[in-house]
Design a protein around this ligand. Structure first.
Ligand SMILES: [Fe+2]
Length: 273
């Protein structure tokens, strides 16, 4: 197995690249203060390095290792799924080292260091979420034997990337795809357009997702303990076989069996050109 790890080469970043990180960090911290899960906000402290700018992965990993035994390693971009899962199973989070261009400050397709580190690393400080990510990596390696990576990828998408969580009577965000985007942070929490549905592992693994726009459905967990427990307690082999006999579910659909927290207007979809 290839771990794809390359040097981050922290000294090669320009002053402008560090400044862009600082700008993104300040802006996003302000947007998240009322919208992100308390555990995410607590975890943000781990990113406050001794030097300003893009975190040095060596220093960051020392802090993370102390908290939960995870480390952050640089990779050249998207890597093969098996190697991605293997890194997670070994508590290594793989991150891109490049940062977006100033004109991409609001959106870029490929995950950069801001998405990967600001979006993902804060929750790796949380012991329960840290265990979930490792369990996910192990589950990913097993899913390859069943030809069901796409089902497990949906679980990642609707939790790690775009998950919401209850916080008392409020809903907060914890997914990195939301947390690293100012506009989707506002949309996911404030907008009346998307549906917000109770977390349902089997349902999620049948649900397609959008990669070209904000999500139409967000799934809400009660706690990270719920996420970890359901992932560990599920016997995925038989479940994959069963799910293969059931129809796929389109994004934005509400099923009679869904636990509906907010029924969205889906106005964003209607407005789409
Ligand atoms: Fe991500």
């Amino acid at each position: 197995m290839n771990d794809w790890v390359i040097a981050q080469d922290w000294n090669s970043y320009s002053a402008a690249e560090h400044a862009l990180w600082d700008e993104l960090f300040a802006r996003q911290a302000a947007v998240l203060s009322s919208r992100a899960a308390p555990a995410f906000l607590e975890g943000l402290d781990v990113l406050r390095m001794s030097k300003p700018g893009i975190p040095d992965f060596t220093e960051l990993s020392k802090r993370l290792e102390k908290a939960t035994g995870w480390s952050v390693v640089a990779v050249p971009g998207l890597i093969p799924e098996e190697d991605f899962f293997d890194n997670l199973a070994n508590r290594r989070f793989v991150a891109g080292r490049f940062i977006r261009k100033p004109e991409q400050i609001d959106y870029l397709k490929e995950p950069d260091v801001f998405h990967d580190v600001f979006g993902h690393v804060p929750l790796l400080v949380n012991p329960v979420f840290a265990d979930y990510m490792q369990a996910y990596g192990r589950g990913g390696l097993r899913s390859m034997r069943y030809g069901s990576i796409h089902r497990l990828a949906r679980l990642y998408w609707y939790t790690v990337e775009f998950g919401l969580i209850r916080d008392g009577s409020a809903l907060k965000l914890y997914g990195s795809g939301i947390a690293s985007s100012a506009s989707e942070s506002r949309f996911a929490i404030d907008s009346d357009s998307p549906n917000r549905l109770g977390f349902d592992l089997r349902r999620i693994m049948r649900t397609k997702y959008r990669i070209d726009d904000f999500q139409q459905n967000y799934f809400v967990i009660d706690s990270f303990e719920q996420l970890l427990r359901e992932t560990l307690d599920t016997d995925f082999g038989p479940l994959y076989e069963e799910l293969d006999t059931l129809p796929e579910i389109e994004p934005g659909v509400i099923l009679p069996t869904d636990r509906v927290l907010n029924r969205g207007t889906q106005s964003r979809v209607a407005d789409r050109p």
